[in-house]
Design a protein around this ligand. Sequence first.
Ligand SMILES: C[S@@+](CC[C@H](N)C(=O)[O-])C[C@H]1O[C@@H](n2cnc3c(N)ncnc32)[C@H](O)[C@@H]1O
Ligand code: SF4
Length: 456
Amino acid sequence: MLDIYKFDESILGANTPDPLRFAFVKKASPHAGGMATPIKPEQTVSLLNDLYSSEVSKNNKRCLYIHIPFCRVRCTFCNFFQNAASRKLVDDYFAALMAEIKLKASMPWTQSGTFHAVYIGGGTPTDLSPLQVELLGKAIRKHFPLATDCEITLEGRINRFSDEMFERALAGGFNRFSFGIQSFNTQVRRSAKRLDDREVVLERVSRLSQTDQAPIILDLLYGLPYQSLEVFEQDLKDYLATGAHGLDLYQLVVGGNAPMLNLVEKGRIPPPATSAEKASMYELGSEFMAQHHMRQLSVNHWARDNRERSQYNSLAKTYAEVLPIGCGAGGNMGGYGMMNHRTLDNYMSAVKSGDPVVAMMTKQHALEPIFAALKSGFDSGVLARYFLPSFHGVSTFDFFGPLFKEWQRKGLVEVEQNYVSLTLAGRFWAVSLAQACIQVLQLKHQEQNAPMSVAV
Ligand SMILES: C[S@@+](CC[C@H](N)C(=O)[O-])C[C@H]1O[C@@H](n2cnc3c(N)ncnc32)[C@H](O)[C@@H]1O
Ligand code: SF4
């Protein structure tokens, strides 16, 4: 029996008449996650060799993630920036990346199963040249065993996304495009150092969406400086007007090294929104999308029609394996997490010398199958009893019963016999709820200090 009264508000949520705005203090991190054990550097090479040469998958869903670590300009809010793009750097990187792609594709593990989703992320993959985008797509199609309906996403931005680049990307086999817009509003954009003004972005997204060649998905942030509720509502209307096929609404979480904090400190821009203000924006966004009959695919993702499936985003949150390729890419295989070199120099010299590009490995927590099911359930807005692996022989759903009841009392979830569905407040705090469950399980695991049996 779970004794919930030994936990504080960071797990139980606050007693408040307004859980949407005040159930927790703030979103602590962009994603929930469990603890993992670092692998000693001297063990990495042989472990990687074992993984790459094995023909066993921990389940039958696999994704491929390829990272392009360049951006033309650094946005003030961004935690992902790595390198300023220059033609020479990008060209050299592209050559190294193609070498890594061929090497990884030739591994027995790669050829022994099917890949269901491919994501080219960054940084800004659309800062590659149009020809490089086409060659990249063709290399993936040629070398990897892809499912016939494999989703192949090119992430990027509208700036310099020319007709030629769109055509070459389609010729390369990309069948989904995810553009970071963040906000359409020119003042918000300029203060965040986004390239192009509202009219340019609106016109280009509309043109691309109207071709109906592939789903066009937009990312909007909420909580940026100058982005009032009115501005955000106009952003949502603008999304609707473009005819784009899907929308991600991301809560702004500014990390320690993002330039925005410094600019705010110097009084050059107003501060970003507080958690309570962002909760109001989320409420507005959710209501707006419901009012316009957009289908909700997860707590922060909506689709206009069923052309948008968001396969990668939902698979990567489950127990699917993700093969990481490129500088700064992260993934997991066979119960191990891995992170490639984050600095370009280290990555390039590893590719040249034939050393592994993986800089760090971890052994995932013994309970990772449960953590993954919790993360994906909370992200989808509903936890299903049957979807949760059992915990030490008992139903995980029943184990959490007292906590779910407490969250129901606090307006965060609604509990039924076999499902826990998140209220609007619960959806806003979904990462905090997932993290709370993971922390409770980790604690229980430590207390019992015995090997867990996890039924997958
Ligand atoms: C890795 S970025 C790449 C997108 C692309 N380079 C662009 O500029 O639009 C992917 C998405 O992460 C989101 N993102 C970036 N910084 C963020 C932050 N500080 N908080 C929350 N989401 C953020 C943005 O919505 C962005 O579209
Ligand atoms: S938001 Fe995109 S373009 Fe801007 S710094 Fe981050 S990754 Fe680069």
